[in-house]
Write a protein that binds this ligand. Structure first.
Ligand code: NAD
Length: 295
């Protein structure tokens, strides 16, 4: 099986390296030539363009920023993958995009005899490096079963959530929980500090109880250290929450909490903090109070 991977950023690069390590015959493409060279160093082949990759691969993976990038690479322009794929090729989009776009891309590719899975991930760069990402997948069950092992080479959990688009719906649910949870941790820690209790003690005391969470364990220490190096950037989270709002409109789902947190993230973006980790939601509270969270 020849595998192609388009998109070698923070996530795609280590995911590609894990595929090579597990013995997959991998061809890669990215606009960033340095990222391509790094993968070639590890044993992957470089494609000149997306056309060459489409013509030579049986399974095509993408790890791109958002819906317009995936649409553009797959369907638009001179080198669009759809113009050159062999019938029977499987396309797996691992980017976090709008589920409505996943369904549109899948419909367009079906006309070329290509079947698609949407398979976004949770876990971030450390888990991409370790190969322990969590995949949430949408698409036909037989195609999912046939490619579970391939995704398993990059992740420790691979769950089919339903038909095409279900992977990205699940990812949006994940992003809602994470965003609101980070905001809640920020709000609570600032309340505690302003009330005279050390944030470190609050964290230590409540992390094992009902309020504890993976989000709290990962982000509270970053907030106390004032270490907002990404990780997962505020701007990417705004992108995901914008997709949440778009997807919610289609089904008339209420989003009172998500909307609030999205506004907080947009304010941080306007203040120049868009490239910070999403734990920088704490900065929103620091700006309001004029106090920095400490240990
Ligand atoms: P990134 O910006 O680091 O990487 C994107 C890559 O796509 C870049 O290398 C860029 O050059 C390439 N690219 C863009 N347009 C292209 C095109 N037309 N042709 C070829 N290459 C192109 O992004 P990332 O952090 O790796 O995230 C990728 C996806 O994974 C996003 O949807 C993101 O939301 C999701 N995600 C990211 C994280 C994280 O922690 N970074 C965690 C989970 C999911």
């Amino acid at each position: 099986m020849k595998v192609g991977l388009i998109g070698l950023g923070i996530m795609g690069k280590p995911m590609g390296k894990n595929l090579v390590k597990k013995g997959y015959d991998l061809m890669v493409f990215d606009l960033n030539k340095a990222a391509v060279a790094e993968l070639v160093e590890c044993g992957a082949k470089a494609a000149e363009n997306t056309r060459e990759l489409a013509e030579n691969c049986d399974v095509i993976l993408t790890m791109l920023p958002n819906s317009p990038h995936v649409k553009s690479v797959m369907l638009e322009g001179e080198n669009a993958v759809a113009n050159y794929v062999k019938e029977g090729t499987v396309f797996i989009d691992m980017s976090s995009i709008n589920p409505v776009a996943s369904r549109e891309i899948s419909d367009a590719l079906a006309k070329k005899g290509v079947v698609m899975l949407d398979a976004p991930v949770s876990g971030g760069e450390p888990k991409a490096v370790d190969g322990t990402l969590a995949f949430m997948v949408g698409g036909p069950e037989d195609v999912f079963e046939a490619h579970k092992e391939l995704l398993g080479a990059m992740g420790s959990s691979v769950v089919r959530c339903g038909e095409i688009g279900a992977g990205n719906v699940t990812k949006l649910c994940n992003q809602v929980v994470v965003a609101i949870n980070i905001a809640a941790v920020s709000e609570a820690m600032m309340l505690g500090q302003l009330s005279g209790v050390e944030p470190e003690k609050i964290f230590e005391a409540i992390k094992g109880g009902l309020a504890g969470s993976t989000v709290m364990n990962a982000k509270a220490p970053m907030m106390m250290d004032q270490n907002f190096k990404p990780g997962f950037r505020i701007d990417l989270h705004i992108k995901d929450l914008t997709n949440v709002v778009d997807a919610a409109k289609v089904v008339d789902a209420p989003l009172p909490l998500t909307s609030q947190v999205m506004e907080m993230m947009k304010i941080l973006h306007r203040d120049g903090d868009g490239a910070c980790d999403h734990s920088a939601l704490m900065k929103y509270y620091q700006k309001l109070t004029g106090e920095e969270l400490h240990h």
